[in-house]
Design a protein around this ligand. Structure first.
Ligand code: NAP
Length: 454
């Protein structure tokens, strides 16, 4: 009888779990899936990216828990693939042990604005702020100064709305979520009264999805400040705009009409402005914005064009939410412009047994469910390669040797059982307070619980 097909999935976010699920769902295929994760906890952006006040979106984790419960699945947390340090393993060590390796590592950093003053204290990546309020151990120790009255968020996407909404949400509302305790406390003391979300193009070009735009008054307990002039006459032929754009415009026009009064802490939306410079002596004090006009290209693409006009606003906190960026994996090809790993249907270009899925494959776009289709495409490719001989299995059965090898390499290996201990402890800490969980946010504390040292 053939040895089982062995696949390592590197990264335990949505695309990793969808890839694992797609493999384990194959009928008539004897397959073993090992999932490697740098942190002690799985679920990637579902745990550390999705906003704490969006529990419905987070509930997709039950699908991942079902995959993890499969007898042919193993979780190996606290293992960094690619690093040279203690507890790390290399790409080559994985390809020597597994028939195939699927990288589902996401887009792990942010995109910079590239403007003067961006490095000043008080100018931060929204990605870091998101990691901080979600209790990601890499961001727990960050300190955000929320003592100013106005924060400015650059970018008109859903991450911009997430950070603006969290900054403007009433304490009682956040206190019922799994937001990190340190963030809950800092936000309780926040002096911020206005969070201005700035789009470089017009309201018809925003990347907000309609439900996220529509929920703002309910979540913040305040209207949204939109200037009527900025949302009228936005296109020559409005009827021809996509339905989602028309729905967004309708909502923003309702905000501009003042349907809900503004509260003491509110979100403002401003359009056709690009950040030009951040000013301040020791920290952020002001931001200079350039006014744009829209320009329609021959291909129909609407871009922002600088008019030369400038505005200077007072602010103590500038959050850039202009997109995530993928990082290269040593030894694999990398497209610097798109910040993705080049591939053919999911198989890494010029590689023999390595595959990609999720944001490192197609860039940081789409909602969580988009990763399912993306991962299924990769798994389909992998199985086709197996059929046509492009992917050749290793000789012999090495599966049983893997866990002892890893345990030796990483004595603080977190298995599925270790994660279950963390999960149970967090949930029981949340229960008396009506919260879904109270997150452990410190790496050592997480390891203590997972390895039963707490
Ligand atoms: P995004 O949707 O790509 O939005 C990025 C925004 O930044 C766009 O408005 C873009 O404007 C703007 N931008 C880019 N470069 C800029 C620059 N140099 N100066 C000024 N503005 C600039 O990215 P995201 O918000 O990071 O979200 C990533 C993905 O996660 C998206 O698919 C998003 O929908 C998803 N997500 C979903 C949820 C949810 O479902 N609740 C929550 C969070 C994130 P242009 O359009 O002009 O380029």
């Amino acid at each position: 009888m053939d040895a089982p097909l062995t696949v390592a999935v590197v990264g335990s976010g949505p695309s990793g779990f969808y890839a694992a699920g797609a493999l384990l769902d194959q009928t008539g295929l004897d397959v073993r899936v090992d999932m490697y994760e740098r942190l002690a906890t799985p679920w990637g952006l579902v745990r550390a990216g999705v906003a704490p006040d969006h529990p419905k979106i987070k509930s997709v984790s039950s699908v991942y828990a079902a995959t993890a419960a499969h007898e042919s699945f193993r979780f190996f947390g606290n293992v960094h693939v690619g690093g040279p340090g203690i507890g790390d393993v290399t790409r080559e060590e994985l390809t020597a042990r597994y028939d195939a390796v699927i990288y589902t590592v996401g887009a792990q950093t942010d995109r910079a604005l590239g403007i003067p003053g961006e490095e000043l204290p008080g100018s931060v990546a929204a990605v870091d702020f998101v990691g901080w309020y979600n209790g990601h151990p890499d961001f727990t120790r960050l300190d955000f100064d929320l003592s100013c009255r106005r924060a400015v968020v650059i970018g008109a996407g859903n991450v911009a709305l997430d950070v603006a909404r969290i900054l403007c949400s009433p304490h009682e509302r956040l206190a019922r979520t799994d937001i990190a305790d340190h963030a809950l406390e800092a936000l309780r003391k926040s002096s911020i009264e206005e969070v201005v979300v700035v789009g470089r193009r017009g309201p018809a070009q925003v990347a907000f999805t309609t439900p996220e735009l529509k929920e703002l008054p309910e979540y913040t307990g305040s209207g949204v400040d939109v200037l009527p002039d900025e949302v009228t006459a936005v296109a020559a032929d409005e009827e021809s705009l996509p339905r989602a754009v028309k729905r967004n415009l309708l909502i923003m026009r309702g905000y501009a009409a003042g349907d809900t009064p503004l509260g003491p802490r509110h979100i403002s939306l401003r359009f056709l402005r690009s950040p030009v410079e951040i000013l301040g002596t020791d920290r952020v004090e002001q931001i200079v914005l350039g006014r744009n006009r829209l320009r329609v290209g021959d291909d129909g693409w609407v871009s922002a064009e600088d008019t030369g006009e400038r505005e200077t606003w007072d602010t103590g906190l500038v959050l850039r939410a202009v997109g995530y960026r993928g990082l290269p994996i040593e030894g694999l090809p990398f497209d610097e412009r798109k910040a993705v790993i080049p591939h053919d249907g999911g198989r890494v270009r010029d590689a023999e047994r390595e595959y990609v899925a999720g944001w490192i494959k197609r860039g940081p776009t789409g909602i969580i469910g988009t990763n399912k289709k993306c991962a299924v495409e990769t798994v389909t490719r992998l199985l086709a390669d197996l059929d046509n001989g492009a992917l050749r299995r290793h000789e012999g059965d090495r599966y049983a040797e893997i866990e002892p090898w890893l345990a030796e390499r990483q004595p603080r290996l977190v298995t599925e059982q270790g994660w279950q201990l963390i999960d149970a402890a967090e949930q029981s800490a949340g229960e008396p307070h009506g919260r879904p969980r109270v997150k452990f946010t410190d790496r050592e504390q997480l390891l203590d619980v997972a390895l039963r040292r707490a």
